[in-house]
Design a protein around this ligand. Structure first.
Ligand code: HT7
Ligand code: ZN
Length: 887
């Protein structure tokens, strides 16, 4: 398959100014009539017009109303000898939505029609210049059977509707005044109902907000609507960006490859990120909805009003919009400690997904240089590392400076398709005196160099001079195609903590007249730099990279004693959490590398107990601090990985934590119960529920070990009586995670209760496939579940609930000495590839880190990947992943 390279970008030879689309919608055969106003791009030599098209039946081509000669080659409709003046091109095609199992282009789901055009789905609807720098004004007419498809939606404003065929059919005509790239086109024709709300925004304009769902789901739309209203208000308050449409619609669909899609004025969402009520959705689901609704809404400016010139610039919209949704959720969370909880969550996600990506065969820069299938580059690097790059810009220019930069970005580029360079330039130009502006070219290495930099820190205290000299150095490991890296610009936020009293010490660098507070940002831009602090009466404990101020691995020389000081006193909650994780990690790694015996010693037990009982720390923060680092994160710290050994060591530490703090877990279980006055998904009550569920998990684990029925019995009762899904699933997970005998009846009961709630049944599959492995039973169960009547590979959420949960979230069940996990993986990738290549390619990535495995896993993994690669009729998507993995 062909590789597309960033360096080959050329502007289009033609512009499409307007598009008039008419759809005669039929699941088996839909007619698409496409009339475009086209003109030559005068900046480019005259050449043929090549329109992209895939899986289309072409029935007619007219130029200015006349038949012309044309040819179709390499998925393109080619027209030569076109008029020099602007002309009209009419193209008629048909397609078969009900056969479209890829869920890209026009497809059917639960009997309705939906579209997904990003990145290259529009070409599966009609012939077009399917690239983001071609922006056109769209008018869309939808015709369909009235009874089966009563709701007809497209982008923009409804300008006409009526009946056809004596009332059997009907039509609706939509017009979107904003020029847009084809990837933002959308249509929906289905039997749906909607929750709607009129709002007046700060700027005084009235808008109609609508959330469309299937008839039985209306009672699950309140939170999505609230989140949308909050998003509109937030973007106005924080960035002065208002909603530019009279009508903004969200539609939920149950078959969807990703989370949601920001089509102009008509966002289409995976049901998972719309539907929630207390009985069916957990606190995590509620937070997920808030952040995805925010994310898609924020794209209206960062992505839609200003879009990407080409797909290599994807992080221009995705990194920036993830940053914006993270900030939105932090601002909604409120208190500094609730903000820190969100920040810790985001960093955990980055470390769990992006760090391994950066260390494996798919490592690529935030702005990639080449791809075989662009859908493979909707990655943690483009999204989450991209967001960290934007966050570092904000750290370097300050919050207000960043908002100024955003304003300049829109002044310069509203209505354009631009590059990551344009964005960075606007932020720097709005802040000419900043470290960012001074070192912009070097800062932009974050866009061009892959790999996670290492920052090495050492401190030297001089008692005589009362100085503390901090030496920082950086390096970055090689990644595919990039053996050598130049230094990055790394903002290092830091504080110094008093060794005896935990006080935040004043930070005065040598040569400065006075201390600049107790927290500041150092900028590391050379390979090695020194910073000398003065006026220190005793050796401080450095608290570095506060708030995770850069996406790097920090290698310092802190002792356990120093980590305990930070855990008890650091003013930065992120580093306080990090100190707890490091203490646990040090013990886990020593055991994995040593004799396999892990021991939870008294100082750490006492410190964790102090955290649990702390009078002012948030429950959510305590939960994060008392959760051990995950098995994949532990694996990432090792040169060679034996997943079974890691699992055994972590399980042993988990049990010790449960036993050593038994009385404390009992106290926390009682103390943090949420008052029974109706469920609310706010951060404070969610935090309490989270900590109570963690306590229950620990109490069940310790109880099963000593064969006591008390806590499993309580958990089962709680599971039965729960009035919300967070508590019900929490109790069920406690039973499953402790391998209690009551897990089985609880699972059966759960299925019976929720058999008609697809999103809850997804949880039922995922819980079983991600349960802690014991004697191979979890893997055996997962394999059995493939033949459960509710299982299907065609629905992405359901496929993920079993396959992703096993292959990505359960290393000990997946990596087996008998290779059965790898056989399972290869079989599913091949099956899925025939149905949905995008999804297959995502599953394929479970083997990214195979080279890191110890034998016998490594050879068996290679063999499984080679088996997939040997299949001749593989999609480009999966081909790209397995080729890189073996390369
Ligand atoms: N911008 C959206 C990306 C997306 C997508 C990409 C490839 C295939 C299917 C897809 N569905 C949605 C989602 C977002 O980042 O907001
Ligand atoms: Zn996005």
């Amino acid at each position: 398959a062909a590789v597309t390279r960033r360096e080959d970008y050329a502007p289009p030879a033609y512009w499409i100014k307007t598009v008039d689309l008419t759809f005669d919608l039929d699941p088996a055969k839909t007619l698409v009539f496409n009339r475009m106003q086209i003109e030559r791009n005068e900046q480019v030599p005259v050449q043929a017009l090549r329109l992209d098209g895939e899986d289309l039946n072409l029935t007619r081509v007219l130029v200015n109303g006349e038949s012309v000669s044309f040819r179709v080659e390499n998925h393109q409709l080619v027209l030569e000898n076109l008029p020099a003046e602007p002309f009209t091109l009419e193209v008629r095609t048909t397609c078969a939505p009900e056969k479209n199992t890829q869920l890209s282009g026009l497809y059917t789901s639960s009997g309705g029609f939906f579209t997904q055009c990003e990145a290259q789905g529009f070409r599966r609807i009609t012939y077009f210049l399917d690239r983001p720098d071609v922006m056109a004004v769209y008018t869309v007419t939808l015709k369909a059977d009235k009874a089966r498809f009563p709701v007809l939606l497209s982008n923009g404003n409804l300008i006409e509707q009526g009946e056809l065929d004596g009332g059997h059919k009907h039509y609706a005509k939509w017009s979107d005044p904003f020029p847009k790239p084809s990837y933002l086109f959308a249509l929906v024709a289905a039997k749906l109902v909607c929750r709607e709300q009129k709002i007046r925004s700060r700027s005084g304009r009235d808008h109609l907000l609508q959330v469309y769902v299937r008839a039985g789901d209306l009672d699950k739309t309140e939170h999505a609507m609230r989140s949308l209203i909050a998003s509109v208000a937030w973007d106005e308050a924080r960035f002065g960006l208002s909603l530019d449409l009279d009508r903004f619609m969200i539609v939920a669909v149950s078959d969807f490859n990703m989370g949601a899609m920001e089509n102009k004025g008509l966002n289409i969402f995976n049901t998972k990120y719309v539907l929630a009520n207390p009985a069916t959705a957990t606190d995590t689901d509620f937070f997920g909805i808030e952040s995805v609704v925010g994310h898609e809404y924020f794209h209206n400016w960062t992505g839609n009003r200003v879009t990407c010139r080409d797909w290599f610039q994807l992080s221009l919209k995705e990194g920036l919009t993830v940053f914006r949704d993270q900030e939105f959720s932090q601002d909604l969370a409120g208190s500094p400690s609730a903000r820190a909880v969100k920040r810790i969550d985001d960093v955990r996600t980055l470390r769990q997904h992006q760090f391994p990506e950066d260390a494996g065969p798919m490592a690529h820069p935030v702005r990639p240089d080449s791809y075989m299938a662009i859908d493979n580059f909707y990655t943690a690097t483009v999204y989450d590392k991209g967001a960290e790059v934007v966050r570092m810009m904000q750290t370097l220019v300050g919050r207000e400076g960043f908002a100024r930069g955003m304003t300049l970005y829109f002044e310069r580029h509203d209505g354009q398709a631009v590059t990551c360079d344009d964005f960075a330039q606007a932020i720097a130009d709005a802040n000419p005196d900043s470290a960012l502006a001074r070192q912009l070219d070097q800062f932009k290495r974050w866009y061009s160099q892959a790999g996670t930099p290492r920052v090495h820190a050492r401190g030297y205290y001089n008692a005589e001079m009362r100085t503390y000299r901090l030496e920082l150095s950086q390096s970055c490991p090689p990644t595919p195609g990039q053996p050598d890296k130049a230094p990055f610009v790394i903002p290092v936020a830091l504080g110094l903590v008093g060794r005896d009293d935990g006080r935040a010490l004043p930070l005065q660098l040598v040569g400065e007249n006075a201390a600049a507070g107790t927290e500041r940002v150092l900028v590391l831009s050379e390979t090695t730099q020194h910073f000398e602090f003065v006026g220190l009466d005793a050796e401080p404990v450095p608290s570095l990279l506060r708030g995770f101020s850069a996406p790097v691995v920090l290698e310092d020389t802190l002792s356990d004693a120093e980590l305990l000081i930070l855990l008890a006193h650091d003013h930065d909650p992120f580093n306080r959490w990090e100190a707890g994780q490091r203490l646990a990690l040090n013990r886990l790694l020593a055991a994995v590398k040593g004799d396999g015996q892990v021991h939870l010693d008294a100082p750490v037990i006492d410190a964790l107990r102090a955290v649990l009982h702390h009078p002012t720390l948030d429950a959510a923060f305590k939960e994060l601090l008392l959760t051990l680092p995950g098995e994949s994160y532990i694996a990432e710290q090792l040169e060679e990985v034996d997943p079974q050994r890691i699992h055994a060591v972590r399980e042993s530490l988990r049990l010790q934590l449960a036993q050593a703090l038994h009385a404390d877990w009992e106290w926390a279980f009682d103390h943090y119960q949420v008052a029974n006055e109706g469920y609310s998904p706010d951060a404070a009550s969610a935090g309490r529920r989270g900590l109570v569920n963690l306590a229950l998990g620990n109490l069940c684990l310790a109880a099963v070990e000593r064969q006591s029925p008390l806590w499993p019995g309580k958990a089962y009762q709680r599971f039965k009586d729960a009035d919300n899904m967070t508590d019900r699933l929490g109790a069920l997970s406690a039973l499953v995670g402790a391998h209690s005998e009551l897990a089985e009846p609880a699972l059966e009961r759960f299925h019976a209760l929720f058999k008609d709630e697809a999103l809850v049944i997804d949880k039922w599959f995922a819980l079983q496939a991600s349960a802690p492995e014991k004697d191979g039973k979890v893997f055996a169960r997962a394999r059995q579940l493939l033949s459960h009547p509710d299982f299907s590979l065609r629905n992405p959420n359901r496929a993920r609930s079993l396959i992703t949960a096993l292959c990505f979230s359960n290393p000990a069940a997946f990596h087996r000495r008998d290779a059965a996990g790898y056989v399972f993986w290869a079989d599913r990738v091949l099956e899925l590839d025939a149905i949905n290549p995008q999804l297959a390619a995502r599953v394929a990535r479970a083997m990214d880190r195979w080279r890191q495995l110890a034998e016998p896993y490594r050879s068996a993994a290679r063999e499984a990947i080679a088996r997939v690669a040997a299949r001749a009729e593989l999609s480009d998507d999966v081909r790209e992943i397995v080729t890189r993995a073996l390369g």
